[in-house]
Design a protein around this ligand. Structure first.
Ligand code: 5GP
Ligand code: MN
Length: 341
């Protein structure tokens, strides 16, 4: 456990949560396994202690996470904004989990910014913004789920971890490490996993719920992506996949269907950088992945209004899909030259 704050400071934060009248847990838009797993682990543990608590997400989580205990209790802000904002207003402590910048929570950003509640950031992304009352920011952690697991140890909440909570934690760790492919070289992660298994995590079952739970259409969309929509630049050790609105519509795209697509080109020998362009209703959403020292987050921040981790980052573009791809292809040599890769 290497959390920067002292035991005393962490205990102070715990007591603020325990003394809250109504805790709001907020996580980022397009919530992933760590966003949801870490939020629901916190939610279930607070509920067990009879603390009034709600979880807010800016938009809906993907179906492959619908198995997480009490996921149907989540308040999805873009479903009923007025009612979500009213509930948010009632909170006196806000836990902001798995994001480092308010623009990651979309329409919840402004209400959170102007909120009178005590705001506590709990996150593992680099360069957190600093308008929070408390900030538990640990970039060395594989996931926010792992960070919160360690907090529970400090807070002496580990007895609360039942199978549902353990599986929520495990979901966060599993998905944020790409099934222990990256961000997971620290042996302590496996000590956490060992303990979660002791608490009853059904490891193979959880894997299947997350990764073997797609529609036939999704696999066909992957086929199209790999066969016709992938472009490879061996001289730059880079590949990208681009899917248009029409591509996604043709295969009845549902949120979460393209999860993991960006990783496939990394399996081409020697590839160090990949991108996935998705043409959405009002923007192009871009995911980046890299191997080793290539800073995908710096690339995302410099050219595509984004950020994230060194090896897993994202951003967006307000240009057309074609223009976004052209920009990517044109800035690639410049960035690579600077890195001397
Ligand atoms: P994904 O490609 O799975 O959507 O995102 C990978 C990682 O990139 C996320 O964990 C998050 O840290 C970061 N990320 C994705 N989209 C954005 C974005 O629009 N802005 C920023 N700052 N980070 C992003
Ligand atoms: Mn995370």
């Amino acid at each position: 456990m290497n959390i920067k704050q002292t035991h005393k400071e962490l205990t102070e934060i715990r007591d603020i949560i325990l003394n809250a009248n109504h805790v709001g847990i907020i996580t980022h838009k397009n919530p992933d396994g760590d966003a949801l797993g870490s939020s629901m682990a916190m939610y279930l543990s607070l509920k067990k202690q009879n603390i009034k608590v709600d979880v807010f997400t800016p938009n809906k989580y993907p179906d492959f996470l619908s198995w997480i205990k009490d996921g149907d209790e989540i308040i999805v802000a873009d479903k009923n904004k007025a009612s979500a904002l009213k509930k948010l207003e009632a909170c006196d402590v806000l836990l902001l989990q798995d994001f480092n910048a308010l623009n990651r929570i979309d329409m919840l950003a402004e209400p959170v910014k102007t909120h009178n509640a005590t705001k506590i950031l709990i996150d593992h992304h680099p360069h957190p913004e600093n308008h929070f009352d408390y900030s538990i920011s640990e970039t060395g952690m594989s996931s926010t789920a792992e960070l919160i697991y360690h907090l529970f140890r400090v807070w002496e909440w580990d007895h609360l971890i039942d199978r549902d909570i353990a599986e929520a934690f495990y979901c966060g760790i599993l998905t944020d490490t790409g099934c222990f492919n990256y961000n997971s070289s620290d042996p302590k992660i496996f000590e956490v996993v060992a303990d979660l298994l002791k608490k009853g995590v059904r490891k193979d079952h959880v894997y299947a719920l997350i990764y073997n739970n797609y529609s036939f259409d999704r696999i066909k969309l992957l086929g199209l992506a790999l066969n016709e929509r992938m472009h490879y630049f061996p001289e730059h050790k880079t590949a990208y996949i681009a899917l248009s609105k029409a591509d996604m519509k043709a295969f009845n795209y549902k949120s979460g269907d393209t999860e993991g697509f960006v990783n496939y080109p990394l399996s081409i020998k020697g590839t160090i950088f990949t991108a996935l362009f998705l043409e959405k209703a009002s923007e192009v959403k871009i995911s980046f992945r890299s191997i080793g020292d290539f800073p995908a987050n710096e690339f995302a921040a410099k050219y595509f209004n984004g950020g994230g981790h060194k090896n897993a980052a994202g951003g967006n573009s307000q240009q057309s899909l074609q223009e976004s791809i052209e920009k990517f292809v044109s800035v690639l040599p410049e960035f690579l030259n600077k890195l001397k890769i």
